[in-house]
Design a protein around this ligand. Sequence first.
Ligand SMILES: Cc1cc2nc3c(=O)[nH]c(=O)nc-3n(C[C@H](O)[C@H](O)[C@H](O)COP(=O)(O)OP(=O)(O)OC[C@H]3O[C@@H](n4cnc5c(N)ncnc54)[C@H](O)[C@@H]3O)c2cc1C
Length: 389
Amino acid sequence: MSAVQSVLVVGGGAAGCATAILLAEAGVAVDLVEIKPDVATTGSGITLQGNALRVLRDLGVLDGVLAHGYAFDVLGLRTPDGTVIAEIPDARTGGDDLPATVGMPRPQLARLLLDRAVDVGAKVRLATTVTSVSPDGDVAFSDGSAGHYDLVVGADGVRSRVRELAGIPAAVDPVGMGIWRVFTSRPASIERTDLTYGGAAYIAGYCPTGADSIYAYLVEDAQDRTGLSPDEQLATMRDLAAQYGGPWIDIRERMTDAARINYTHFESHVVDAPWHRGRVVVTGDAAHSCPPTLAQGCAQALEDAVVLADELLAAEDRETGDAAERSSTLEKALTAYVDRRLPRARTIVDGSVQLARWLLTHEPPPRAGGTADVPGLLGRTAALLTQRP
Ligand SMILES: Cc1cc2nc3c(=O)[nH]c(=O)nc-3n(C[C@H](O)[C@H](O)[C@H](O)COP(=O)(O)OP(=O)(O)OC[C@H]3O[C@@H](n4cnc5c(N)ncnc54)[C@H](O)[C@@H]3O)c2cc1C
């Protein structure tokens, strides 16, 4: 018997679905509630690096990811006019038998994960949330029902309601950057991610997400763009894109649908230990979030799930069945979870924020007398991510 026999997961994103899959597969009774009526309707593309793919394989969805996504192993660097200045083999952080990177549409990833959670026995309720959660595991739901669980997992994103209900403090900070994203059809010339640092934006980049699709992004100083109509948003992103050459010329021509443009600000936070209060624990973006400068937020959410499930299920060997003993076993498992995850998650958040700050302050590289050692940071990060969490 594991440290838990019944678990409520709140949130059907990557962290929540991965946690639900791993626990349900091991025989734990898992309920999952998701506030949205469907998880697979919104979002642009996502970059999944090897360490994320390693977890997705463990979850049983890698075939679907590879079938829907677009795999590549080289990162290009370009100047704003489109000239290629470097082609860098990407680290295969998930192992040599996995691609370095796969781009895919977010809705398809969400669909694969939620379907898998249902297939392995998790009971999923959409358009449902929690209205109260007690440290003892008593829960009231928005549909008027109630339940008691050995553990409630708050996988409900950066503005986690579960975190708030549990009284776990978090300070989500703005990073100072905003990102324009477009999801569109793939020009044949785009077969990998190319990044341009500088020009009209801090970062201009794109990622193929399938045979027929890409997402592209432009990172600027954070601005209040809420007053812009969809057509004005499209025009603003098109104006920025016009400052870039190479494949951006094709991308800009394909930027015609205002509904496929999205603007959001970069944020970051790390919750201090412990990540639980009684029988309530947070995971994924509810516990830590980073700007996507290392493209690691989803990967870190997936790694959280692996470690949380690992600690909960490993507790089996330590526990006798007595209620008090089980409660102390749970406490130890949740403490071991945060002990294993916090240092790695903090390193990734700090590295992601550092990259953003170097760009914001135009910090020169070491060869020019500055401290912006981007290759060094990327190399250290890849070495860390290659190790299993
Ligand atoms: C601009 C941008 C680009 C990014 N690009 C990448 C990338 O390329 N690669 C990468 O690895 N990461 C990327 N990330 C980070 C990544 O999106 C997140 O880290 C990841 O989605 C976190 O997963 P999660 O499941 O913890 O949270 P979420 O994805 O936020 O999922 C939370 C779920 O909980 C639901 N929910 C919320 N509140 C409630 C509630 N009260 N009750 C029930 N359900 C609720 C939500 O509807 C949602 O389905 C990016 C982030 C941003 C902002």
